[in-house]
Design a protein. Structure first.
Length: 351
């Protein structure tokens, strides 16, 4: 394993305040998003949609890496140029989702385990040859009255750690994503307690499996009340709770924390990320950045609507959300950038 090359990849992914764009929805998930937007679900439409994303002009200013799905990493533009080549030539690093989704965890009603360790060493070697330099694996933890159980947390965190060790062996930077789901009526305190337990278990397992923390990216949820909790919290409270929890459980050797959006709206998640970076600027051991799917791709998906004539407007919308999050990473997101794209929050003038 070449640790320096892993460290270099992490640095390149996030340099210039850039973040990640997750465009790695599995075919069923992508089809579900298409269905909700009234777009025909087909391989060609998924290809055209992904082509729209990766050919967005100037995306490399805000996005350092894109996470692809197995179907997408093998695809090419309408004129036959491989997607990976388009991405690399744009100055963006290609990555790949390598988990195979969740299945029911035996003997644990209502809980899931992520599949995909079998044959992973060979798949990682193939993806590396195709140009991927980092990978992603998502574990999901559901919060309800009597769950998550220790059994579910330990099984999922050990799986994440074994995946991460295989990635580093193959020279790929692992994104480890233990997602405590927002769905539910639970309070923000409950989300905090579960998230801290999950992350503590994760870092124990990463240590036991010999994973080098300097060469990985943590992709956690923010500390939030459940989606249907009657008591929602302000942006500042969420920002503070999230950073305080991370400071307690995420070792300083980890270079980057790149949040998932988890179903938060585009504007709200930008505000929350911005508040964290603004309040804690210069006082954190890791960078706080983003690895969003829905929060960057919406509303571009709806504008695109499966029509080539809508591509420029959809690309503009995608670029706008990417820019808002790039600004939030520097604590410079504001209503002005949200409405007209200019960065003025800390008086630095427009770009
Ligand atoms: P969201 O930002 O839509 O939560 O997706 C992030 C992701 O990559 C989920 O695995």
């Amino acid at each position: 394993m070449n640790i320096n090359s892993l460290v270099d990849t992490v640095r390149a992914l996030f340099e210039g305040d850039r973040g990640l764009l997750a465009m790695d929805e599995s075919n069923p998930t992508c089809n579900k998003r298409f269905e909700a937007a009234g777009i025909l679900q087909s391989e060609e439409n998924r290809r055209e949609y992904r082509e729209m994303i990766i050919t967005t002009p100037g995306l490399d200013k805000f996005i350092g890496g894109v996470i692809l799905y197995d179907e997408t990493i093998r695809q090419a533009t309408g004129n036959g140029t491989p997607f990976v080549q388009i991405i690399q030539e744009a100055g963006i690093i290609p990555g790949i989702k390598v988990d195979l989704g969740e299945e029911d965890l035996a003997a644990h009603p209502g809980e899931k385990i992520t599949a995909g360790l079998d044959g992973l060493r060979e798949r990682l070697a193939d993806y590396s040859k195709m140009g991927a330099r980092f990978a992603k694996w998502r574990s999901v933890i559901t919060v309800a009255e009597f769950i998550p159980s220790r059994g579910c947390i330990e099984a999922n965190m050990q799986t994440l750690a074994r995946y991460a060790a295989l990635c580093q062996e193959a020279g790929l930077v692992p994104i480890v994503e233990p997602e405590v789901l927002m769905e539910g009526t639970h309070s923000m305190d409950r989300c905090r307690d579960v998230t801290e337990e999950v992350l503590r278990t994760l870092f124990n397992e990463l240590f036991r499996q010999g994973v080098i923390l300097e060469g990985l990216i943590l992709k956690p949820n923010m500390i939030l009340p459940g989606l249907t909790c009657s008591h929602q919290q302000s942006v500042e409270v969420v920002a503070k709770a999230t950073v305080h929890s991370l400071l307690k459980v995420v070792p300083a050797a980890v270079p980057a924390v790149a949040f998932l959006s988890g179903g938060q709206s585009g504007e709200l998640v930008s505000e929350r990320l911005n508040a964290m970076n603004l309040q804690f600027k210069g006082r954190l051991p890791w960078s706080l950045t983003f690895s969003f799917a829905r929060a960057i791709q919406y509303p571009a998906l709806e504008i695109w609507n499966g029509k080539e004539s809508n591509v420029p407007a959809a690309q503009q919308a995608l670029s706008h959300r990417a820019k808002c999050n790039w600004a939030a990473r520097g604590g410079e997101y504001s209503k002005a950038i949200e409405s007209n794209g200019s960065v003025t929050a800390s008086g630095d003038g427009s770009l």
